[in-house]
Design a protein around this ligand. Structure first.
Ligand SMILES: [Zn+2]
Length: 94
């Protein structure tokens, strides 16, 4: 009975994002990639580096995907937007 209930909920919420699945909650241990690496300097002139923080459509990934802390997610967003402005990253792809 409870199984049926859970399935319904998962189907509704699990659209390719495993964060909502309680099965993955315990294993998931994300640390901010910028906090954990002292030598990591976010550079808006480096599109290769910023590719990690955008999806294939060119959209900026949310914090639950990047794992970044609030401070660094802001930095990432700013860097990606600057990078787009100087035409090193696309605003939209396809
Ligand atoms: Zn951080």
């Amino acid at each position: 009975m409870s199984d049926k209930k859970n399935n319904k909920r998962n189907n509704k919420m699990n659209n390719g994002d495993e964060d909502f699945n309680p099965k993955f909650r315990k294993i998931r241990k994300k640390v901010c990639p910028l906090c954990s690496d002292k030598n990591f300097v976010l550079d808006y002139k480096n599109p290769e580096q910023l590719r990690k923080f955008v999806n294939e459509k060119g959209k900026i990934l949310p914090r639950r995907a990047t794992g970044a802390c609030a401070k660094h997610q802001r930095d990432i967003t700013l860097a990606v937007k600057r990078c787009r402005h100087i035409a090193l990253l696309p605003y939209a792809e396809n």
